[in-house]
Design a protein around this ligand. Structure first.
Ligand SMILES: Cc1cc2nc3c(=O)[nH]c(=O)nc-3n(C[C@H](O)[C@H](O)[C@H](O)COP(=O)(O)OP(=O)(O)OC[C@H]3O[C@@H](n4cnc5c(N)ncnc54)[C@H](O)[C@@H]3O)c2cc1C
Length: 408
């Protein structure tokens, strides 16, 4: 497996990547078999087996900031996308709504099955389905071809990626597709150009795929709708109402799989449940390989949680998550359930139903935020570089926070 599914393996992969971090700015765009120039940590970061801050902190602990700035910036692109979407959750909802109304496309299905007629695109579709991973440049080329050359809706391309990518992320995926399509930075599209493919495709691949490069010769932007600026609609998150009590159950979910590094670390819990949101896995058509990766990550989390809190953690992947949480709380006679707040996405969408089912059974659900998320979230009102400048100016990068002793 090229992307680790346990926290220990992710930390090991991070350690192995550290010597390469200063070469990242030079080598990262090259699309090579095995992807040696990039970290391949995205699924672990996506599900918070490790955090952005841990990754940045390890890299900055080993190298001078100037030598690894590009890598650290990329790591915070992710937090920027998460924060941007959290401030504007309507963008995720609109994406899901338009996806539901799209007509079936035989051509889109053929592209997804690696039968587009373009060998470059087929190569990457097959790689995505087989491995659950694609290099960033391959994602950009594929998405640009899908939107501007094949003139397929960006939403169905984003759904194809979300389904197969092990790092499939409501923010990074949806917003990257919008960026390629010219919606994220209104009017600014990303086009895949032959010269760019020739520069960055590994020589062996380039040779075998050369015949298909003509389609990338004169790309033209295809902008079927007029982009609008998305307003901030959720400037503040509701405050956390968690108060420690003897009969609190800890609910760990796949949006944050290292609760032992969160503010919940110091509490005690009467019971621990680790859940996979299988209703969402079904809705988005996750393949068996991605479910297997998620199960491994849940099992790893359950082991760590059992050790951390000295309380046996059980795992569940029920079709009816609200019902299962109510059953668990009643069986274990819990007075309340606490969880880390999920970011915008399928689990956040399910929260009202979950909270209502628990409330009907007399069990409050308290959500807790990681302080770092709350600090970084309001900085994403503008573009990424504004976000990055704010991080730097306010001393919020790990060098500064690590010395202040708080990465939680
Ligand atoms: C169309 C498209 C869809 C994408 N969908 C996703 C997605 O669903 N989930 C996802 O995590 N990333 C997504 N990305 C961003 C990026 O391609 C991946 O994060 C990156 O390729 C992951 O590989 P890596 O871990 O080897 O990255 P590295 O190059 O080693 O970077 C280290 C970490 O930084 C973060 N990162 C790097 N580049 C980006 C970026 N451009 N945007 C946001 N975060 C970044 C990731 O967490 C990554 O693990 C998408 C990009 C495009 C163009």
């Amino acid at each position: 497996m090229i992307c680790p599914s346990t926290r220990a393996a992710a930390l090991e992969q991070l350690a192995a990547f550290l010597p390469k971090a200063p070469l990242y700015a030079r080598d990262r765009n090259h699309v090579q078999p095995g992807h040696p120039a990039v970290s391949r940590l995205s699924p672990a970061i996506r599900h918070r087996l490790i955090s952005e801050d841990e990754v940045a902190s390890a890299v900055l602990g080993r190298h001078a900031a100037g030598r690894v700035e590009k890598f650290v910036q990329e790591v915070y692109w992710r937090r920027y996308w998460k924060s941007w979407l959290s401030l504007r959750p309507q963008v995720w909802r609109d994406y899901l709504e338009s996806l539901a109304t799209l007509p079936e496309s035989d051509f889109a299905r053929r592209v997804e099955a690696g039968d587009s007629g373009n060998a470059v695109i087929d190569h990457f579709a097959n790689e995505l389905v087989a491995t659950g991973y694609l290099h960033n440049h391959a994602r950009m080329w594929f998405a640009a071809w899908w939107v501007h050359e094949a003139k397929l809706p960006w939403q169905s391309g984003a759904a194809f990626f979300f389904k197969h990518l092990l790092d499939g992320d409501p923010a990074a995926n949806t917003l990257s597709w919008r960026w390629v399509a010219g919606l994220q930075t209104p009017g600014k599209t990303y086009l895949a150009r032959r010269s760019n493919l020739e520069k960055y495709l590994a020589p062996g691949l380039l040779e075998s795929l050369a015949d298909s490069l003509t389609e990338f010769e004169h790309p033209q932007p295809h902008l079927p709708c007029i982009p609008t600026k998305e307003p901030v609609t959720r400037a503040e998150l509701p405050p956390s109402e968690f108060q420690a009590s003897a009969s609190t159950g800890l609910w760990i979910h796949e949006e944050d799989l290292s609760p032992e590094t969160s503010p919940l670390a110091g509490h005690t819990f009467a019971a621990i449940l680790v859940s996979g949101h299988s209703a969402a896995w079904d809705r988005h058509g996750f393949p068996a390989s991605k479910r297997q990766w998620l199960l491994e990550a849940l099992e790893d989390t359950s082991r760590r949680a059992t050790e951390q809190w000295n309380t046996a953690a059980s795992i569940t992947t029920p079709a009816d998550l609200p019902g299962e949480l109510v059953r668990w709380a009643k069986d274990r006679r819990l007075e309340q359930i606490v969880a880390l707040r999920p970011d915008t996405g399928p689990l956040d969408d399910a929260l009202p139903e979950i909270a209502a089912a628990l409330a009907a059974a007399g069990i409050p659900l308290a959500l807790v935020d990681r302080p770092r998320d709350l600090v970084l979230r309001p900085l994403a009102t503008g573009g990424f570089f504004q976000f990055w400048e704010r991080l730097q100016k306010r001393g919020l990068l790990p060098g500064a926070i690590a010395s202040a002793g708080s990465l939680l």
